[in-house]
Design a protein around this ligand. Sequence first.
Ligand code: HEM
Length: 515
Amino acid sequence: MTLLSTTVPHLQAAWDVHPYLLLSVPFALYLLISNVRSYLKLRHINGPFLAHFTYVWFVGSVARGKMLSTLQKLTYKYGPVCRIGPNDLLVGDFDEVVRINGVRSPYVKSDWYTTIRFDVDGGDSVVSLMDTAEHDVRKAKLIKGYEGRGKGQDKGWMDKVVDKHLVELVRLLREKYVKQGREINWTNVMRYFSADVMVEALMGEAWGDLQTDSDIHKFFEMSDYSTPYIHTVGSWGSLRWLTSSWWFIRKAGPKVTDNHGLGKFISLVREEVSKRFRDPESKKGDMLADWISQGLTSRECELDVILGVIAGADTVAVPMRTIFLYLITSPLVYSKLKDEITTAIKTGAISEPITNQQALKLPYMQAVIHEGLRMMPISAFGFPKRVPAEGDMICGIHVPGGTDIFPNNLAIQRSKKVFGDDVDVFRPERWLIENTRGPEHRSLMVRHIEVIFGHGRWQCPGRMLAWVQLNKVFVEVLRNFDFQVGNPRDPWKLGVYSSVTVGDFWVKGVESRQE
Ligand code: HEM
């Protein structure tokens, strides 16, 4: 009673002078307690000092866009398990990442996935569906269409979709650039190619980015500025509940009334989907036709077609740029690959365009693609999963329930145990069977590369379409042209926010076709 009667007048006086200061006391106490609780939860796991208490370290590192070198330093300093946030660990052990993401794993998606929501009306595509059972049901309906096994998709469907745009790509390179002696914006032509492939595969007709050599709907303009944003916000645990709330998306997200970007693109997809639901027989043999026949609702179709373009366009264009830079700046590798392609043409081992099956039989080209993916893993770290309530042992360390686990793709792809001591060197020869410890070892190497597509029930359903494009594009451009980098001093602008972005990448091409 005495304490109360002496304290209240003091509080009253403080309130009169500094009301905001007084209000900030409970907030500061809350922050202090929650930081201490966060620290204690994972205090036995090493990582950068700030990462133990706040998201400042993680957010700052992602926003700088230099995640490749950051992850490399972390891996050397802290080993396979490292703390990168108050509730977040990075795991670079291949077996553990495969186990965590396995089909029977009790792990669930981290709420990081909600940052990939884009629908102003509150719908989820397969990737942002948080409930595992709902995700699995949706994915089961999507998978055949994605893999070219759906209704109306014949055996050569994927080859045909890709070939059509390869022909267009070679035409564009020859007519607009090589013949005129103009430098090629490799960033753009690769993304126009993969976008046209993706849109045609999904809805039966491409936008025509390649034909017009332009970002027709300014889709990439939107994705260029949203990629750093999504990754930065996604790494800020306490901010993402706000930015992924339907309220926020409705206020700041894309609108179907927009005349370009994601909003415009959403309205185009809605139009096509509603047309197809009115007349399901109007187009056959694309992913959408299969999904309708699988019983997806029109809302689900809309959301998953939109996701397909977002997930499948620039993702494939990234390795078509990164592998290409490694290739054209490594003369010994370049000439060996050219020789392999020339011999295959002369001996009739490959058709024009090359088929996916034929490409799989070109050992040096397979080596170049795998090594290029290894050097630059498209996303430095993978999508996080949440440890089940009872906790788990990861690499022999106890990890409490509720912790988010990010796969460290870079560490997996630079594993010295699997790839040898020179892991930081671009050396496709390591993939040739005679240089491996035999077929089993080579297949282990391949599985290490494939973690870039995720694993288990969450694995990327578009990876076959991605491989078919990668397997064909280098053969088709190299059988026609020779290339050199436009600006050897500063060949491109690279950003690694987890996803890799490549801008300002110019190359010079000359005719090299021998009839
Ligand atoms: C080299 C190119 C690609 C890479 C590296 C890649 C990588 C990934 C990754 C890491 C995931 C998430 C896995 C997880 O949740 O743990 C994913 C999911 C997904 N990807 Fe890809 N992807 C690529 C190309 C494509 C293409 C071409 C398509 C479309 C044809 C596509 C469609 C999807 C979809 C729909 C999902 C969501 C799957 C689910 O939630 O179960 N991706 N991809």
